[in-house]
Design a binder for this molecule. Structure first.
Ligand code: NAG
Ligand code: NAG
Ligand code: NAG
Ligand code: NAG
Ligand code: NAG
Length: 508
């Protein structure tokens, strides 16, 4: 299908010139800081009900990564340390992490990564599950560029950086509105330009297709260097900073058992969950570890990555985790993964994902399902198995679906494609992202925001009564049709986005 790049012809030409230059000369890395203990690529994450992890990279291995912290910026009286300083072949940096435990909830903490060249930053500790204070979170998917130190290999860095197109409008907008939201979930890639935000707001990451390898075409030809396959960077960067699943704060014994099972089966940073105020949020992996997973062993893409768990571990985790959610504690149940199965076009409809995950999300009354992969913004009415819920936004049983993939990817934006009857909004003219506001236990607002201007492009409010403490499991979920309504015949073919990216890469 047609896609367009958010770059002027001149910018593209410059990209190719840059590329040509790379054939002759190896990429000029940015200089390492003279002080090799200087922290870079800082990111914090919710790690437990009262725990926050601090992750950062350095240009040397640290024997003992440490963070000083406290509730006043001139009295960092506590210190936490770890021995976690890891790297992989072809990386120039080490990923370090430390977890700060038993923090007071919803409290401003100041912290300083211990280094001879670091400064004090601050964050707000997580809200306790069940805290009914309204809050918002941003959702940015497919935000990223190749190059510079985002990925630290010579192969990676010969990809044109296309600096003129590197309009970090989404990052700029997140920075401008840093007081409007409390954390960011980002089911795709990380790069260091985000550090000023991710070092202050918990940044919850889950894998997308680009985290798998240095590029599908390269990988298939055996051209990806050691360390640039099998989600290696992603695991090094986020493996110790993402949570597993929280211990249940429900009074229901079955819920406690289910939550404990989920905790055992969780496999961060691939699949895990956390709770924050009124929300229980599940991050899942659409790339590997379920039948016919697009990048799993025997996958359609031929990438053959993973598995990261035992057979069925991810689906068993989801079953236990979703079953554990007590709506009297966390009324809102949100799931987030990379590849969608509802989309107006411009991307691959992930049928194996739909088969694996949709029945579970329906069975356990998920309220909102968040995806990316298709580089634009889309909102769908609550829908299950291709059939719109007749209740619409007024207390539906089926989950509401959004695609928030327009945050800014090197591959450019995707056209919105063909409308489907249950689509309510689609926008692909400029970079955009979603903001999810948890207003109270029955009202959730989703806004799509144009990154460059801050204009609200679409607003919707989902009403859920959340009358039941637990999902009602009487009545099995409807079996999937052999031909779901969002079948490829009704949607544009989508592989072109990836091919364009690889076309640029293959120039060198
Ligand atoms: C970057 O932003 C500037 C100013 O908003 C705009 O003129 C330019 O077209 C943008 N470039 C790309 C590649 O989006
Ligand atoms: C100290 O850190 C800053 C960035 O935080 C960096 O620009 C500077 O080069 C570092 N100084 C040394 C001596 O490494
Ligand atoms: C406890 O939770 C289970 C589901 O996990 C539910 O079936 C059961 O009805 C709950 N018990 C009470 C007393 O709410
Ligand atoms: C990918 O990494 C996981 C975890 O280390 C390992 O179990 C699996 O075998 C690896 N897969 C491949 C294809 O290398
Ligand atoms: C898609 O069609 C529906 C029903 O006709 C309409 O309400 C909606 O606005 C359309 N969405 C887009 C993005 O055009």
């Amino acid at each position: 299908m047609t896609i367009y790049i958010m770059a002027s012809p001149l910018a593209i030409a410059k990209g190719f010139l840059f590329l040509a230059a790379c054939v002759a000369a190896s990429y000029l890395y940015p200089p390492k800081p003279a002080d090799l203990t200087t922290p870079v690529q800082q990111r914090i994450a919710i790690h437990g009900p009262n725990d926050v992890s601090i992750g950062w990279n350095t240009y040397k291995q640290l024997s003992q990564p440490c963070v000083q912290y406290g509730t006043s910026d001139d009295a960092l009286l506590s210190q936490a340390c770890s021995s976690s300083s890891v790297t992989y072949p072809t990386s120039r940096t080490w990923s370090n992490s430390v977890t700060l435990k038993e923090l007071k909830p919803a409290t401003t903490y100041y912290y300083k990564i211990v280094s001879t060249n670091s400064s004090v930053d601050h964050f707000m500790s997580p809200r306790t599950a069940g805290d009914t204070t309204p809050f918002a979170m941003d959702v940015v998917v497919d935000l990223g560029v190749y190059g510079r130190d985002g990925y630290t290999t010579d192969k990676r860095d010969t990809i044109p950086t296309i600096q003129p197109a590197l309009n970090h409008s989404t990052i700029g907008r997140l920075a401008d509105t840093v007081d409007d939201y409390e954390f960011v979930i980002h089911p795709e890639r990380f790069y260091d330009q985000l550090a000023p935000i991710a070092g202050r707001k918990p940044y919850m990451a889950s894998p997308g297709n680009h985290e798998a390898a240095c590029g599908i075409e390269h990988h298939l030809k055996g051209l990806c260097p050691l360390g640039q396959t099998n989600f290696t960077d992603f695991m090094n960067r986020f493996g110790t900073t993402m949570p597993t699943a929280f211990t249940s704060s429900s009074s229901n014994a079955t819920a406690k058992v289910n939550a404990a099972t989920a905790q055992k089966l969780a496999n961060p940073p691939f699949w895990y969950s956390f709770e924050y105020g009124m929300a229980h949020i599940v991050m899942f992996d659409t790339e590997t570890d379920f039948p016919k997973a697009p990048e799993g062993i025997g996958s359609s893409t031929g990438v053959n990555e993973g598995p990261f768990g035992t057979p069925n571990q991810q689906l068993d985790f989801l079953e236990a985790d979703l079953a554990s959610v007590d709506r009297t504690v966390t009324p809102w149940l949100i799931v987030a993964g990379h590849r969608p199965w509802y989309t107006t076009g411009g991307g691959v409809v992930c049928h194996p994902c739909q088969e694996a995950f949709e029945p579970l999300f329906y069975k356990y009354d998920v309220d909102l399902a968040i995806f990316g992969h298709v580089h634009n913004s889309q909102r769908f009415m609550p829908v299950n198995n291709g059939v719109a819920d007749p209740a619409g936004m007024n207390d539906p049983k089926a989950p509401m679906y959004i695609v928030a993939g327009g945050a800014g990817n090197i591959e450019g934006l995707a056209l919105v494609g063909k409308n489907v009857s249950y689509n309510a909004f689609a926008y692909g003219d400029d970079f955009s992202f979603a903001k999810v506001s948890f207003k109270d236990k029955s009202h959730l607002q989703v806004d799509f925001i144009r990154s460059r201007t801050g204009k609200v492009l679409d607003t919707s409010v989902l009403y859920k009564s959340h009358a039941q403490h637990f999902a009602s499991l009487d009545g099995k979920p409807a079996p999937l049709d052999s031909k779901p309504a969002s079948s490829s015949t009704r949607l544009r073919p989508t592989l072109t986005i990836a091919i364009l990216s690889l076309a640029i890469m293959s120039q060198w």
